[in-house]
Every structure is written in C-alpha cells, then in structure tokens.
Design a protein around this ligand. Structure first.
Ligand code: GDP
Length: 417
C-alpha cells in the first residue's frame, strides 16, 4: 500500500514535522486531515527553518500539498504561509490543494476563543470553528465560489451568534469585503481533495497523511476535556481526508523519548523539579505556535501502549533521544495505581488520571553526545537498551530514531515506505 500515516503518539509536539519532512522525500502527495493553525510544525531544511501552522510539511519538498476536508482553515494565516514560501522561492501554486469541504475559521471564532478558555487552548478559533461545523452553521471553503452560499451561511451565523458577528463588524445582509479578498486569493486552490487523494492512491502514488497534535489530545480518545476539537488518531485519517479506511497503509506513531504537555490537564509522569527544567532547556520545549513553556516528564509507557493499541502502529519513531544524554538513571512509567490498586487501562476520566500513582522501571543513562550519530548501530549500548525497553513496553517495534532537528539526524531502523 503506497500510503503512510504519521500520528503523534503523545500530547502533540512529538517532532512530527521533522519526521514527515524526512519521509516526504519519497512522497508524491502530503495531506493534513485535521486541526488547523493550532498545529505548529518546525521543519529545518538545510540552513533554513520553517514554522508552518497550516501547510503540510511536504510543501517544502515539492510534494502536492493537501489541506483536506477534516481541517478548519484560517485563510489569513494560510496566506501568510504562502507569502513566506514564495519569498523563500517555494511558491506552492499548482501544488497546493484546499478541500472545498474544509471549514473556515472566521473572525468571530477567534473572538469566541479569546483567552484560550478554561482548558488553555491556543486561542486560534479552532474549537469554535469545529463547534459551528457540528451545529451546521459553518462556512466551507467551497462556499467562496458562490455569493448565494455566503449570504445564506452568514444569515445562519447571525441567528446563532448575533453579538459576536456584530462585534467583528459584519452586516446581517451583506457579504463582508474580506470574502472578495479570500475568493480572489484562494479560488484557484479549491478542489475535491478526497477524490484527488483516492485517485492518486489508485494510480499508485505515494501519499503521506500528516497528523497534527497527538493521540492524547484526540476529541474522543484523549484526556477529555483537555483535548483538541478534532480526531487525531489513525481513525481520523479516513474521515478527515475523505478516503476509505482500507486505503490507509502503514501507520507510524511519533513519540519523544520523554513526555511533554502544553496547557492544563493531568500529567502523571511530570517532573516539577530541576530535572524537568533541564529537559525543557535541553529539548527547547517551548510551543511553536504560542511560545508557551512545555511541561516535561518521563516517558509514559502506559499512555504509549494505549496510543499503540488505539492506532495499530506498524512502528514507532522515537524523537529527541539526544535530549536525554547525561541523565542517569532514566525512568519509564510502566503501571498506574489508584488507591494502591493497579489499573489495567489508561483511564477515560481525567480526575482518575490526576490521582494515579506511577510505577517506574529504571534504565541506565549514557553520557555520549548523540547528535553526531548517523547509524542506529552506532548509538551507545545504554541508548540501544533504552530503545529496546521502549519497544518492549509499548509492544511496537521501532521504525526510526531521531537525535537532532536536522534531517540527517534521523536513524532508520527499518524501511518505512
Ligand atoms: P510537531 O508539532 O510534532 O512537529 O513538533 P514541533 O515541531 O512543535 O516540536 C518539535 C521540535 O523539536 C522542533 O523544534 C524540532 O526541530 C525539534 N526536534 C525534532 N526532532 C528532534 C530531535 O530528535 N532532537 C532535538 N534535539 N530536536 C528535535
């Protein structure tokens, strides 16, 4: 099957952008299937660093880049990214495809989201845009083609959110000027992207589905309510990209060699001490989108096993192994207990998750700088043993290991495509 999906196996920020970029070399089409500009991928290409929020990472490598129907798109942010790419000599025109079924993030969504709310969102209007979609009052990218459609949709929005819509200066019965701008800028990119992807797969093109956020932030499977508003798991690929599930080939989970979390919510293996600060500094753990410091902690194999079970990963890509250099001993969570009793599964209830006590296994650390290692076989023995332990505890073989932000700092363990 010529398709692969890259899924964040933790709470996001696992380094999916880098991994996708590494795999893009062989991809014809790269697809984002959920989320919006709340994702932040950092891709280092040679001497240049790109911070992308909406564009699939593959756009830098020349692949056809699809923003599929499961996304909610902030067209102004997208326009900025197009301009940034153009000024870097990477004009995506002709390669960028925007689903006409994707929903738009509108000015009132950002008003509704201001401050990030009680769960500490990125305040980019993503949650309210998905809420309007579910309430069947959203505006889709394809609506840009028709004045009648826009007027009809705006009337629906007025009914639902009169105060917010008035607040952003929109009139109940006129098409706001910004729609003319959006139409002029984006009409050439609109496409039936599900059809395009299905066709590409039938022809044997290689398609890479690039997940944003991570499994534990999935609207359904994640640590609700501290979750994002889309489906981040492998199951989300089919709905979000508009393809049948049996066209999804191998699914790879990306996990850091430790754990981080942004925003609020329970985090059983969190290190609220100097060691946590050290990992944050060594791993440069600050959000791409918001600059917020990330909370840091030990790798959590209970959560990772849950992610593996839920997604059926064919392999794991473990990133940021280099960050653990010099820490000894290392710990990995193997079991949760509540009131002394072992709990068999990752809990659905965030209150329960906040009360768990964690059993750890320890592993020997290593002192060597890993950033110059280019072959898996050349990793120090203690690092190899740590990786073996992760594979055994998660029940999933390793596919690759990353020891730095650059492309060539990716050590293949087995073929991915
Ligand atoms: P994403 O949203 O999952 O793509 O993750 P981010 O891009 O927000 O965060 C990953 C950060 O770690 C980026 O700044 C990457 O350049 C960097 N990075 C990725 N892999 C590695 C690695 O193996 N080692 C180190 N030190 N940094 C890495």
């Amino acid at each position: 099957m010529p398709s692969i999906a890259i899924i964040g196996a933790q709470w996001g920020d696992e380094g999916k952008g880098k991994v996708t970029d590494y795999l893009c070399e062989n991809a014809d089409v790269v697809v984002r299937f959920q989320g919006g500009a709340n994702a932040g991928h950092t891709v280092v290409a040679g001497t240049r660093t790109f911070k992308l929020h909406l564009m699939p990472s593959g756009v830098i490598r020349g692949a056809t880049s699809v923003l599929a129907e499961g996304m909610v798109i902030d067209l102004d942010t997208l326009w900025e990214e197009i301009q940034t790419l153009r000024s870097a000599g990477l004009d995506p025109t002709g390669r960028l495809k925007i689903s006409d079924r994707a929903h738009l993030v509108l000015p009132h969504h950002k008003k509704l989201d201001a401050g990030g709310g009680m769960i500490g969102t990125t305040a980019r209007g993503i949650g309210p845009a998905y809420a309007d979609r579910s309430a069947r009052i959203g505006i889709r990218a394809g609506d840009l083609r028709s004045d009648t459609a826009i007027l009809d949709r705006i009337a629906a929005l007025w009914n639902a959110h009169p105060d917010q819509v008035r607040d952003v200066g929109w009139d109940a019965s006129a098409i706001p000027d910004v729609f003319q701008t959006w139409r002029a800028r984006f009409a050439p990119y609109l496409a039936d992207t599900g059809r395009l992807i299905r066709g590409a797969l039938k022809e044997g093109s290689r398609v890479l589905f690039e997940g944003a956020q991570g499994v534990l932030l999935d609207l359904s499977a994640g640590t609700y309510p501290y979750v994002t508003s889309s489906y981040t798991t492998a199951a989300g690929v089919a709905v979000g990209a508009g393809i049948p599930p049996n066209l999804i080939g191998n699914v790879f989970g990306v996990s850091k060699a430790y754990t981080t979390r942004v925003g609020q919510g329970p985090f059983p293996t969190e290190l609220q001490n100097e060691l946590g600060d050290r990992v944050r500094a060594a791993g440069n753990e600050y959000g791409t989108t918001t600059g917020r410091p990330r909370r840091c902690g030990w790798l959590d194999a209970v959560a990772l096993r849950y992610a593996c079970d839920l997604n059926g990963f064919s392999g794991l890509v473990l990133t940021k192994l280099d960050v653990l250099t010099g820490i000894h001993p290392l710990h990995i969570a193997t079991e949760y207990r509540i009131d002394g009793a072992r709990i068999a599964a990752f809990p659905a209830d965030h209150e329960a998750l906040s009360r768990v006590t964690v059993t750890y296994t320890t592993a020997e650390g290593w002192q060597e700088d890993l950033s110059g290692v280019r072959r898996f076989e050349n990793l120090p023995p203690a690092a190899r043993r740590y990786l073996d332990l992760v594979a055994a505890l998660s029940g999933t073989p390793l596919a690759a290991v990353s020891v730095g932000a650059h492309r060539d700092q990716t050590l293949a363990v087995r073929p991915i495509w």
